[in-house]
Design a protein around this ligand. Structure first.
Ligand code: ATP
Ligand code: MG
Length: 395
């Protein structure tokens, strides 16, 4: 929702403000670049202006631009706004016009802030609220409705941000993902199965600034074209959040290894499959310059993810394994998957569920797993990783 004649989108970022001046400037620059790439990817026109602690996008398409900003990592909120003169008269007129166009019943409030030195304006923010509130009151009355002010939980909020050179009137703060701009951290490899969890986990690392290199491990007879297609579809969804980055899915063919593990191992089999995946991910990370691995594991979600078993799989790599969902309930992960658009593609059973033995070990011991698994497991993982297929994600 935006006022009539909205001509700008105010883009707020959060954590960047607490960085040193130098780091902040760099991060703000990156955020502006990423937002530019997001607007271009969506065919939206807009001039991005960088100001301290804010980006302003001057545009004729404020709604769509605000949506694009709200999908850009590092953005806390975005408001499509109308620019007016920084005078009480101009602000009151804009508030009345916004009420005429957008008020749909219920209580209201005017929420004003004023930036700049104390003498920048001959009025205070409280004057904007009281005078502006009176203008809104009249506008509601002229619709034949009895106005009700509710400062705590209004149905209709009119925001005013008054600066030295101009003032902005807007009606919402559209929530963005927050976090840090993509590309401000070194990349990580994302083990992506296309299930519900792993795309959410990858997205969370992206929201902390890490580009991801998606690795899908093809489990042969236990995976299949439907799984690979599903993984790819979720990677395509992730790529939409990274329009400035080239993204490709790295497919590691593990069919032969998994078949061997199936015939040679029993209760500990899944642990070695997981260890293979991490070793392969490490090899891909080395060749791609990535500094960690992210997985969608959550403690206790599956037999292979008990706290004991995670300790065994973790030992397969020296790289840090990031598990942003480690303590998140499935219902919350599922909700997030729906929000970010990866859920639709994630509703087929994962290959892992088919490889898992009937009675998997839930309290594995590292030495026992090492003794049971083939001696050349990690060598094979490296060889499979080297022979990987790289599938570019077209946009
Ligand atoms: P879900 O739990 O929703 O079925 P998932 O993707 O979390 O899907 P799990 O079986 O829980 O699948 O696997 C745990 C983690 O191991 C995944 O989050 C993912 O990071 C990794 N993983 C599992 N299978 C694969 C695979 N075939 N290729 C790449 N990574 C995988
Ligand atoms: Mg899972």
């Amino acid at each position: 929702m935006h006022p009539p004649e909205a001509d700008v989108v105010l883009v707020r970022h959060g954590e960047l403000g607490v960085k040193s001046e130098q780091v902040r400037r760099k991060m703000e620059g990156r955020l502006a670049e990423n937002l530019r790439a997001m607007l271009d990817a969506r065919g939206l026109a807009g001039d991005i202006e960088r100001r301290r602690n804010r980006l302003f996008v001057h545009t004729d398409e404020p709604d769509a631009v605000a949506d694009a900003a709200a999908d850009t990592f590092g953005v806390v909120s975005a408001s499509p706004a109308r620019t007016v003169e920084p005078t009480l008269e101009a602000i009151e007129a804009a508030l009345a016009a916004a009420t005429d166009a957008n008020y749909a019943g219920g209580s209201f409030a005017v929420d004003a802030t004023r930036a700049g030195p104390g003498d920048a304006h001959p009025f205070a923010s409280t004057d904007i609220e009281s005078e502006g509130g009176a203008a809104v009151w009249s506008a509601i009355e002229s619709q034949g409705v009895e106005p009700v002010v509710d400062l705590d939980d209004p149905d209709f909020t009119l925001f005013v941000e008054c600066r030295r050179e101009e003032a902005y009137v807007f009606l919402e703060k559209r929530a963005g993902p927050g976090g840090l701009p993509l590309g401000t951290q070194r990349p990580v490899v994302a083990l992506v199965s296309g299930g519900i969890d792993s795309p959410v986990a990858a997205w969370k690392l992206m929201a902390r600034g890490c580009p991801v290199i998606p690795v899908y491990v093809d489990l042969g007879d236990y995976g299949g074209p439907d799984h690979r297609a599903r993984a790819r579809a979720t990677v395509e969804q992730l790529a939409d959040y990274a329009p400035g980055e080239a993204m490709a899915m790295h497919v590691v063919d593990a069919g032969a290894v998994v078949a061997d593990l199936e015939s040679e191992m029993d209760a500990l089999r899944m642990l070695s499959v997981r260890r293979f995946m991490l070793a392969a991910a490490e090899a891909v990370a080395e060749s791609e310059g990535a500094v960690g691995v992210v997985t969608g594991e959550a403690i206790g979600q599956k037999s292979s993810q008990t706290s004991a078993n995670v300790a065994v799989t973790d030992a397969a790599t020296d790289l840090p394994v990031h598990r942003p969902l480690v303590a998140t309930d499935k219902s919350e992960i599922t909700q997030r998957a729906r929000d970010i658009g990866t859920f639709e593609d994630a509703t087929v059973d994962t290959g892992c569920n088919r490889v898992a033995p009937e009675l998997p070990e839930t309290n594995a011991d590292l030495d026992a797993v090492r003794a049971a698994e083939p001696d050349d497991l990690f060598e094979r993982a490296r060889a499979c990783a080297t022979a990987r297929t790289v599938v570019p994600i077209e946009r």
